[in-house]
Each structure stands twice: as structure tokens, then as C-alpha cells.
Design a protein around this ligand. Structure first.
Ligand code: B12
Ligand code: SF4
Ligand code: SF4
Length: 405
């Protein structure tokens, strides 16, 4: 897709996030662009000035796409995708990303850190607060999809403005500039692209890890018509470690680099619609939206960086709310408080379903039982079934407590 009609005017460019960024770019504009390396260097610095931690470059014709499509088919054949229907579609576009954006030659793969607090290294402390509703760290603020895509567009506009200075190099700077930003928004192998473009290696939990920054970052891509050479992948550094596999509460990492999504708490609490199989409910604990355990335990996350991007700042105390507080949210409140937030994805009743499971797993307390029962019959039988289970779990713990005293 050509975005040229939207991008001709410099005056349409969104303002830079910081004055430091503007200064950096001004300095860089004095560069001599004698090789493609100079251009890549400029793009990298500009990406960083826009809040991206790093970027790498990869051709749309890289052999990984066909290979990865075959691996995806094998993954689907095992049924790991559960209700993730979109994983079945558009395999031809996954295998041939040049068809996704006609005229695109290069993918700029970017990563953006999202931590707003440094977690205790190599420990899952979330379990220490059983009455708190744990929301995955990426999801506590503004939806990253929007943040990523709007900043990728800013990056594209800055690149477009530089094209006159790059015309002497044979990279297509003298033709119409075509670009399109993505972040988890199209049939694209985002993690394998970032891996091949040198942003990190794929850990045994299947997420990308960077030696200097751990794995608490999200990925995005800018497809564009400039032709720039590929970056090189980095060496993997998991070695003999298997901490992520061992810690996974639902044993969803069935083998190194192989995730059964249907068992992953992230899938169950965010993507899965309807009844959550009883066999997973105790293991889900107090995680009510997503799961960070395999990352929290990973030794490389002692190097995880805090984000410079304000959008990730927790909203509505989503980093510290109790299960009971969240349980009291009415639907209108849920809709209001999750505007522009990833939490919207799960929907109100599934959100309550997740909290019900959390309350079943919470510290035994008469108040939990009463709060759970107060919502019986208010929504649907699916939720009622989880409430009944949670009340039975609370009562079971109460019985044990009474026997022991
Ligand atoms: C579907 C999906 C999910 C599913 C399935 C995850 C999965 N691992 O497949 C669910 C809902 C469970 C999920 C959960 C999460 N997700 Co998700 N998810 C995606 C999505 C949309 C597609 C991933 C995909 O293609 N999976 C299909 C399988 C087939 O691909 P695969 O994992 O790459 O598996 C292959 C390799 O392992 C390879 N392989 C086999 N053997 C070997 C050996 C070696 C050495 C190597 C290198 C590879 C390899 O073969 C496998 C089969 O093809 C991407 C966005 C995107 N468009 O790419 C985000 C994405 C992967 N998710 C992301 C995040 C942040 C998460 C969560 C951390 C969110 C949370 N906190 O709850 C969890 C983490 C769970 C986990 N351990 O992976 C980020 C990852 C960022 C990063 N640092 O890597 C992405 C890239 C989104 C983004 N734009 O940032 N996710
Ligand atoms: S996100 Fe949680 S449930 Fe999913 S693989 Fe990682 S530790 Fe397991
Ligand atoms: S916990 Fe260990 S095996 Fe898992 S991704 Fe991190 S380094 Fe690799």
C-alpha cells in the first residue's frame, strides 16, 4: 500500500516525543551518507529517538518465511492453536510478505521495552500476593498496538523526508516511497523476523530475548520500499537452562521452542472465549489477564530495561488492584476503564470469569465467598459455572482450615 498521499507534507508530521529526539536528528542530518550502513545507522538512531529500543533490517524475500510457514503448519496440525482461528488464515501472505505490501523491499523490525518497574530477578513474586489480580506487564497501560503503529508511522515520515539526501545510493530513494506499519496486526511472523534481523534470539519459551535487554518488549515492523541489506542474527544464549519450561504453571511449553497455546495462561485468560477447563484453574492462580512467569524466571531479564514510553504506565491501578476490587467493576465501568487498553480484548464476562478463578484460588475468606455468590445468575451460565467452582474451592480450603484447628 502506498501511503504517499498521506505523507507528502512535512507539516503533517506528528510532533517528536522529546526535545532530545529533535536534537539527535538535527545532528544526524549533518551526516554524510556514503553507504547503506550510514543510512541504517541513521534509521536506528531515529527509531530510538521515537521510543523504540532497537531495530534491525530484513529483506521481504528472506528464506525464513517459507520455512516458518511449514513449521506453523506442523504446529497447527498438533492443535496447539485452540480457538486462535487467525493462525489458519493467509498462509500465502506469511510465506510471501512482499505480497502483503506491494512494492515493499525491506522490513524494519523494531522492539519496544514495556516495563515500568523492575521485577525481582529470577523469581515469580506474583504468587506472593494471592488476593491481587495479576495483569501481564505489557497490558497495564495503553494498548501497545496503537503506540507501536503510530510511532512506526512517524519513523516512516522521517525516512521519507530524508530521501533526497539518499538518492545517490542505489536503494530506491528516487521512486515513490511506500510503507506500512504493523504490530501484531497482520499475518506476519514477527518473532522470527526480529530473530533473523538480529534483535535477539528465540528463547525456549518461544519469545525473543536480547542479551542487553531481556525479553519484556513488544515487536513491530515497518515494511518499506527502500532496499537495505539484511542484518545478521545473533548467537543464542539459553544453553542448558530450562527455567521457563520448569516454572510454567500449566506445562504449556511442551518442549524447548514449542508452545501449546491451548494450555498457556496467556491464551486461556485473553483469547479463550467461554469455559476454561477445570484442569487449568488452580494453576492459573491469580493471573487474570496474560502471564509473565516464563519471562520473570528467565535469567536474562535481570538486564531488562524500563520503558521510556509513557503509554505503558499502569492505568486505574492495574498493577496493584485486589481481585475483589476488580470483581466489583460493573460492565459500564469495565468499558470506560478499558478504553484504549488491551484488556478490552477479553470482554467483560470473560474478565469476570478470570477473576472468579482468581478468587477461588485466593486466600480463604468469607468475603470472597459472598462477593462471588452475589454475581450468581447475573450474566450467563458460563460465568455461573466458574463462580460455583470458585465458591467450592474457597469452602474446601475453609474445611481444611477448620479440620487443622
Ligand atoms: C499467537 C500468539 C500468541 C499465542 C501463542 C504464542 C506462541 N508462542 O505461539 C499466545 C496467546 C499463547 C501468546 C502468548 C503470549 N504472547 Co503472543 N503472540 C502471538 C502471535 C500473534 C503469533 C505467534 C505465532 O506465530 N505463533 C505460532 C508458532 C507456530 O510460532 P512460534 O512460537 O514462532 O513457534 C515456532 C518456533 O518455536 C519454531 N521452532 C521450532 N523449533 C525451534 C528451534 C529453535 C532453535 C528456534 C529458534 C525455533 C524453533 O517452530 C515453531 C513452530 O513453527 C505473535 C505476533 C505475531 N504476529 O507474530 C504474538 C507475540 C509472539 N506475543 C507476544 C507476547 C508479548 C506474548 C506474551 C508474553 C503475553 C503475556 N504476557 O501474556 C505471551 C507469552 C507466551 C509464550 N511463552 O510465548 C510478543 C512477543 C515479544 C517477544 N519478546 O518475543 C509477540 C511477538 C507480539 C508482539 N507484537 O510483540 N501469544
Ligand atoms: S506465559 Fe505463563 S502459561 Fe504461558 S508459557 Fe509462559 S509461563 Fe507458561
Ligand atoms: S529461562 Fe532459560 S531456557 Fe528459558 S528462555 Fe530464559 S535462558 Fe532460555
Amino acid at each position: 500500500m502506498s501511503n504517499k498521499s498521506q505523507t507528502n507534507s512535512q507539516t503533517q508530521m506528528p510532533s517528536l516525543p522529546t526535545s532530545v529526539s529533535a536534537k539527535k536528528i538535527a545532528i544526524n542530518n549533518t551526516h554524510d551518507f556514503t553507504t547503506t550502513t550510514d543510512i541504517k545507522h541513521w534509521i536506528k538512531e531515529t527509531a530510538q529517538s521515537l521510543g523504540f529500543a532497537d531495530c534491525g533490517f530484513l529483506s521481504v524475500h528472506h528464506p525464513l518465511f517459507v520455512k516458518q510457514t511449514e513449521q506453523l503448519r506442523q504446529w497447527l496440525a498438533k492443535g496447539y492453536q485452540a480457538q486462535l482461528q487467525f493462525m489458519h488464515s493467509n498462509h500465502h501472505l506469511r510465506a510471501h510478505p512482499e505480497q502483503l505490501v506491494e512494492g515493499a523491499k525491506t522490513i524494519i523490525s523494531v522492539r519496544m521495552d514495556y516495563l515500568t518497574q523492575t521485577p525481582t530477578p529470577r523469581t515469580v513474586t506474583d504468587n506472593d500476593y494471592p488476593n491481587q489480580g495479576i495483569i501481564a506487564r505489557y497490558a497495564r497501560g495503553r494498548d501497545y498496538h496503537k503506540t507501536m503503529r503510530s510511532r512506526l508511522k512517524q519513523l516512516a515520515l522521517k525516512i521519507e523526508a530524508m530521501l533526497p539526501e539518499w538518492r545517490h545510493l542505489d536503494i530506491g530513494a528516487d521512486t515513490d516511497f511506500i510503507f506500512r506499519p504493523f504490530s501484531d496486526s497482520a499475518p506476519i511472523f514477527e518473532r522470527p523476523i526480529a530473530d533473523a534481523a538480529g534483535l535477539g534470539w528465540t528463547g525456549k519459551h518461544t519469545l525473543l530475548i536480547n542479551k542487553q535487554a531481556g525479553s519484556f518488549f513488544v515487536l513491530g515492523e515497518l515494511f518499506m520500499s527502500l532496499e537495505l541489506p539484511d542484518d545478521e542474527p545473533v548467537k543464542e544464549h539459553c544453553g542448558s537452562c530450562s527455567a521457563c519450561i520448569d516454572i510454567c504453571p500449566t506445562q504449556a511449553i511442551v518442549a524447548p521452542y514449542e508452545l501449546n497455546a491451548s494450555a498457556c495462561i496467556s491464551y486461556l485468560t485473553i483469547e479463550h472465549d467461554g469455559v476454561i477447563d477445570e484442569k487449568y484453574r488452580r494453576a492459573i492462580g491469580n493471573r487474570i489477564f496474560g502471564c509473565d512467569d516464563c519471562q520473570l524466571i528467565c535469567p536474562w531479564n535481570r538486564y531488562a530495561n524500563l520503558t521510556p514510553v509513557e503509554d505503558f504506565a499502569p492505568r486505574h491501578r492495574l498493577d496493584s488492584s485486589s481481585l475483589l476490587e476488580l470483581w466489583q467493576w460493573q460492565e459500564a465501568e469495565f468499558m470506560k476503564k478499558t478504553e484504549g487498553s488491551p484488556l478490552r480484548r477479553t470482554g467483560y464476562v470473560n474478565f469476570l470469569r478470570n477473576i472468579a478463578i482468581g478468587l477461588g484460588n485466593a486466600t480463604v475468606n468469607q468475603e470472597n465467598i459472598e462477593a462471588l455468590q452475589a454475581k450468581l445468575g447475573l450474566h450467563n451460565t458460563m460465568l455461573d459455572e466458574h463462580i460455583d467452582w470458585a465458591v467450592a474451592e474457597q469452602r474446601h480450603k475453609l474445611d481444611i482450615l477448620l479440620i487443622n484447628n
